[in-house]
Design a protein. Structure first.
Length: 429
């Protein structure tokens, strides 16, 4: 057992008793994903606006959509945060005051930011919003946390490289809200600071343009001699039968370590993935919601349920590990060659309404399926069942040989009752 793991065991035996549940914070790349995240159990969501965020290619929110999202969240007692976590250049400054003021007017509870300019501006022009320090600041120790607390920061999002032992020490020394990632993609660079994208594509990683260069496939060459000769021929350092090389980190997953995370005192459990699908958001939030609630129902008798792990795997894009929480990842925690896609389920339909008398559901089709397919319905709280599709009809009652048109409304008979916003999926292979 590693030193970090031993420290966790020691802490667990004299565990920190908590009466408050940690916040479950989910990504929302669109208004639809915001609603699904909250419906499936998120206490808060983080979104991106049209400016100042690190996901410029996401389906980012207009101010009108933000207001609608906040109104929806309020009905569930949830909060909406906005990522404004770019490192600003001089040309980014114009319009910042007005942008932050509009966020406050829209009812945004907090911004997540790293740049001192944005922090100071928010304090001055939008004082009702909390300021949460982004993981882009790479906070690793309790004295740095203390510094930011004294600067008026309400919450610090820790660097992903922080260990469980270090979190424990931070919580012992500083009384400020701590947020930590518990699930999702890990950046191959240090806490998200990378310029590979800038170099290869002129897209600035730290201003929302990352092209995910670490996920690309590479082949290694050596520069021919003499190095000063631009016409010198390169020669390959690989065999033709070798797989292309990549440097992709495995994804983070702490579903097996929820008890450790709760007992560490972390205030907010953050799921990564504003670019991910509705199915991913709903599935992952659902699993962690069940795990957290189960712990607080019986902390002493808490056990990880296999169904939570299975659910997580249905939405996984890559192999999973525990990141830096227990030990520094080594070569086995990275993906260097082709690997099987972890998720083998496709999101095929969304329940719009259910006719109890006829035992039929109106489904909004999202991916192709046909009669004879085995599908699985699932909803909030871990309710799910499997069945085979017998017949498919369109809204006018015409029988179809397949559901092949995205967003088409179709009807199928269900073996058990379903509810609006329940999801339907099937194995892809």
């Amino acid at each position: 057992m590693s030193t970090a793991a031993a420290a966790v065991e020691t802490r667990a035996r004299g565990k920190r008793v908590r009466l408050d549940k940690p916040e479950l914070l989910a990504p929302a790349g669109s208004l639809e994903k915001l609603k699904f995240a909250i419906h499936y159990g998120a206490d808060a969501v983080y979104i991106g606006g049209q400016k100042y965020g690190l996901r410029s290619s996401a389906d980012n929110f207009t101010f009108e959509e933000m207001r609608e999202g906040v109104e929806f969240a309020n009905r569930y007692g949830a909060k909406v945060f906005v990522a404004t976590n770019i490192y600003a250049h001089n040309e980014d400054i114009e319009g910042l005051d007005e942008y932050l003021q509009e966020l406050e007017k829209a009812g945004i509870a907090a911004i997540i930011t790293a740049d001192p300019l944005i922090i100071d501006t928010a304090r001055r022009v939008a004082p009702k919003m909390e300021v949460h320090l982004s993981t882009q600041q790479s906070v690793m120790n309790w004295q740095t946390v203390q510094f930011w607390k004294e600067e008026g920061i309400e919450r610090v999002v820790l660097a992903r490289e922080v260990s469980m032992t270090e979190i424990d020490e931070i919580k012992q020394h500083v009384d400020v809200e701590i947020e930590a990632f518990i699930h999702g993609a890990m950046c191959s660079s240090y806490s998200g600071r990378c310029v590979l994208s800038n170099h290869f594509t002129d897209r600035d990683s730290n201003r929302g343009g990352c092209c995910q260069s670490c996920r690309w496939r590479y082949r290694l060459y050596a520069k021919g001699a003499p190095l000063s000769d631009p016409l010198a021929q390169d020669f390959p350092l690989y065999e033709e039968e070798d797989d292309d090389f990549m440097m992709s980190a495995k994804d983070l997953c702490m579903i097996d370590h929820v008890a450790d995370m709760i007992e560490s005192g972390v205030d907010s459990f953050k799921i990564e993935g504003r670019m991910k699908s509705v199915h991913y958001v709903a599935t992952v939030v659902n699993a962690y919601r069940q795990a957290i609630d189960s712990y607080f129902e019986d902390p002493d008798g808490f056990e990880i349920k296999r169904v939570w792990q299975e659910e997580i795997n249905k939405a996984a894009n890559r192999p999973l590990n525990a990141g830096f929480f227990y030990e520094v990842p080594d070569h086995e925690d990275h993906i260097y060659g082709p690997e099987d896609k972890a998720a083998i389920y496709d999101f095929v339909g969304l329940v719009v309404e259910y006719d109890e008398a006829a035992s039929t559901a109106l489904i909004q089709q999202r991916n192709y399926f046909k009669p004879g397919a085995e599908v699985e319905f699932f909803g909030p709280g871990g309710t799910f069942f499997k069945q085979r599709v017998e017949q498919i009809h369109d809204e006018e009652g015409h029988e179809l040989d397949a559901a092949r048109h995205p967003m088409q409304l179709i009807r199928i008979r269900t073996e058990q009752p379903v509810k609006p916003l329940d999801l339907m999926r099937k194995k892809s292979r």
